[in-house]
Design a protein around this ligand. Structure first.
Ligand code: HEC
Length: 186
């Protein structure tokens, strides 16, 4: 029995990256394989790390994990651009930077799709994009103080998500097992 493993495998998510395959449905947690990741030896460095880092794991194929981290680094670039634009009262620049992290229908669809098997992850991802939109609203009002306080609120969503979730790269059979355990997500 490994309750953390079971919990781990009931969460799948990707912060709105487009290439993920369908994920498991929240109400039908998959059967756990005997170990995760399968390749890790019983007391290997990954297991040592996992014992220190007790956040909930998000199982991802290598390509998805890579894409998620690319997105994340771009999120940080967006924050950088927002701060620099705000410092210059460049409200158009603020809006332009926020557009990279703001909500759109396409973004929402991706969040729903990616988080289909990760209860709570989609909600956090969408809340993040919606909160970022409030930075744009403040920029349209040319209100720098509000731009910064809404940026602070957005960053709280970033850090709130990071506090809860960690990536866990899984192999294809593990991923397939997760995907088959629920109805198709599309
Ligand atoms: C819905 C959840 C979620 C939100 C919102 C989110 N992140 Fe992340 N982020 C993650 C996860 C999951 C990881 C992988 C963490 C791990 O495995 O340690 C990550 C990793 C990162 C990394 C590390 C990238 C790398 O190359 O290793 C950066 C930088 C980052 N996020 C920045 C941000 C910023 C900036 C924001 C907000 C503007 C943000 N994230 C919002 C989930 C999120």
């Amino acid at each position: 029995m490994n309750p953390r493993l079971i919990l781990t495998l009931s969460f799948i998510g990707l912060a709105c990256a487009p290439e993920a395959p369908p994920a498991a449905a929240p109400k039908t947690p998959p059967a756990a394989p005997s170990s995760a990741p399968a390749s890790a030896p019983a007391s290997g460095p990954q297991q040592v790390l996992d014992q220190m880092d007790t956040r909930v794991a998000v199982p991802l194929l290598p390509m998805m994990a890579h894409h998620q981290k690319q997105n994340m680094r771009d999120h940080l670039v967006a924050v950088q651009e927002i701060v620099l634009a705000a410092a210059n009262d460049d409200f158009t620049g603020v809006e332009k930077a926020v557009a990279r992290i703001g909500f759109s229908d396409q973004m929402g669809q991706m969040c729903n799709h990616m988080g289909a098997g990760a209860p709570g992850f989609t909600e956090q991802a969408i809340a993040f994009h919606r909160t970022a939109d409030r930075i744009s609203a403040a920029a349209r009002d040319k209100d720098r103080a509000r731009v910064l306080s809404e940026l602070g609120a957005t960053l709280q969503v970033c850090t709130g998500c990071h506090a809860v979730w960690k990536q866990q790269v899984v192999d294809d059979p593990t991923w397939q097992a997760l995907g088959r355990s629920g109805p198709p997500a599309h």
